[in-house]
Design a binder for this molecule. Structure first.
Ligand code: ADP
Length: 485
């Protein structure tokens, strides 16, 4: 994984996580809303039943006490399955013994006092309790089956699943749906007394939402969408970077070629100027000698004068060419720049080449060292030196290929050191590497180092070559530090 992929990986992780948190918490909210709705439905159903029980008792009290076999008390449990038994006490009678044992008489007294039906104390925890209404001439008692209060088909389906549903009264509890909610991401709870004076118990519903309840399919789709978008961006940026790198390399290559041409012309001028001067001196001398000879004097003088004129013209042409070439460099104005940043930039451009050759590159040193230099000229020098090092490293096995670039500042100078673990420069070649056209490589031009040296001195610096104790070549570029650091 290249270092450039990390920010993208981080962006992917942050986006995926943030989206998952938002989607997850929205889904939890939705689940909580659904829970509250189901709980309210359950509460309404139970309250309706409680009101129904009151109505049944009121209706019985209104009817004349009947003893015929058609007694409505016998038929009620068939109509309302939650009514297990219906009993009556006429004024002169007493409650059957089992009802008396369950506190029905006390409930009747309380009902008379409160003027509405009320439940007996015992029986709640077992899910069967008596609801009693004191009336004249007969009091009535209904035995309620709490579990059967709401038919299963009317009960919200969710409430039969992983949640605890219970009726509670004075610390006593009757469980309608047995479940122990464990620790989860969110605890949901609903508690409300039934809307009935006679049956004053609360419905209590609890549920915990755990990891398994999260919308994993949605989260997975989100992660996939983020992956696709981030991957597309990464690809686009990689391609843009590669294109920029190729453009910069082209620009650097063009600048190098231009300067190499200048170097070549300068070399030619240097080579030609001396013979031309000699031709000029000789023809002048010949002219003098001919002047002592009476034969063809005038013609010889003319010819010699012409030769002088030609030589002079050639010298002029070369002089003009030289002036036209002027100083090498790209003409970029010099500016204060950080040496390490410039080297890193050039190294970035050559990164694919380093990777292709499996070269371990190390770049470090004084990040603040600032020099006044032509940025393009500096890039050209570093480009030449690193390219040379990469070529030299091809001569050693892959695991040994190392390139160390460092920047040191001190005593008014900044030193950029480029050391490779290649075979080094042969002793006889070392004094000549900066000569124009000196090369040991087949197909080499031998202009890279001479050009780099010229560029370095044009910026007031110098370039030196050596071999390290370990054997590889070491090039040091020394440049004056900028005045204000
Ligand atoms: P070219 O690369 O065209 O040969 P240069 O001027 O860049 O021209 O290099 C001149 C010579 O210096 C090379 O031919 C090579 O012999 C030697 N040289 C340059 N850099 C290195 C290096 N890092 N290791 C060994 N020899 C080098």
């Amino acid at each position: 994984m290249t270092a450039r992929a990390w920010p993208w990986l981080l962006a992917w992780a942050v986006l995926t996580l943030a989206g998952a948190v938002v989607l997850g918490s929205r889904d939890l909210d939705r689940q909580e809303e659904a829970f509250q709705t189901d709980a309210r439905i359950a509460h309404r159903l139970l309250s309706q039943r409680a009101v129904q029980h009151d109505a049944v008792l009121a209706m019985l009290a209104l009817l004349q006490p009947e003893t015929t076999p058609d007694d409505p008390r016998r038929r009620l449990p068939a109509i309302f399955p939650q009514l297990l038994r219906v009993e009556r006490r006429l004024q002169h009678e007493s409650w059957p013994a089992d009802l008396a044992a369950q506190g029905v008489a006390e409930a009747e007294a309380a009902s008379r006092r409160l003027r509405h039906a009320t439940t007996a104390e015992s029986g709640f925890a077992g899910g069967r309790l008596w609801l009693v209404l004191a009336a004249e001439p007969a009091s009535y008692a209904l035995q309620l089956d709490l579990k059967g209060m709401v038919p299963a088909q009317e009960w919200p389906a969710a409430l039969t699943g992983a949640m605890s549903v219970a009726l509670e009264r004075d610390g006593a509890r009757f469980v309608l749906n047995e479940f122990v909610p464990g620790p989860g991401l969110r605890q949901l709870a609903f508690r409300k007394p039934l809307a009935s004076d006679s049956q004053a118990y609360e419905i209590a519903i609890a549920r915990s939402v755990g990891w398994a309840d999260l919308p994993w399919t949605v989260l997975l789709l989100w992660a996939l969408a983020v992956t696709a978008v981030v991957a597309a961006h990464f690809r686009y940026h990689s391609q843009t970077r590669a294109r920029q790198r190729a453009e910069e390399l082209l620009r650097l290559g063009q600048a190098t070629r231009l300067n190499a041409l200048g170097e070549l012309a300068a070399g030619l001028a240097h080579e030609l100027n001396q013979p031309l001067t000699a031709v000029m001196a000789n023809t002048q001398a010949a002219g003098r000698l001919l002047a002592e000879d009476p034969a063809e004097i005038a013609t010889a003088r003319d010819a010699m004068a012409q030769a002088v004129a030609q030589a002079q013209r050639a010298a002029d042409v070369l002089g003009r060419l030289r002036r036209a070439i002027g100083q090498p460099g790209t003409g970029e104005p010099s500016a204060p720049l950080r040496l390490l940043d410039n080297a890193r930039h050039t190294l970035d451009l050559l990164e694919p080449e380093c990777r292709a050759r499996n070269v371990v590159v190390q770049l470090d040193g004084d990040a603040k060292a600032t020099v006044v230099a032509d940025p393009v000229a500096l890039e050209q020098i570093v480009h030449n030196l690193v390219s040379n090092a990469l070529q030299a490293l091809e001569c050693v096995p892959e695991p040994q290929r190392r390139l160390e670039i460092s920047v040191l500042a001190g005593q008014g100078n900044a030193v950029l050191r480029i050391a490779d673990s290649g075979p080094g420069i042969p002793a006889d070649a070392l004094p000549r590497v900066f000569e124009p056209f000196f090369t040991t490589r087949t197909g080499g031009l031998g202009l890279g180092l001479s050009l780099s040296e010229t560029l370095a001195s044009s910026m007031g610096g110098r370039l030196a070559a050596a071999n390290s104790a370990a054997g590889g070549a070491v090039f040091t570029l020394t440049l004056p530090l900028a005045a204000k650091q």
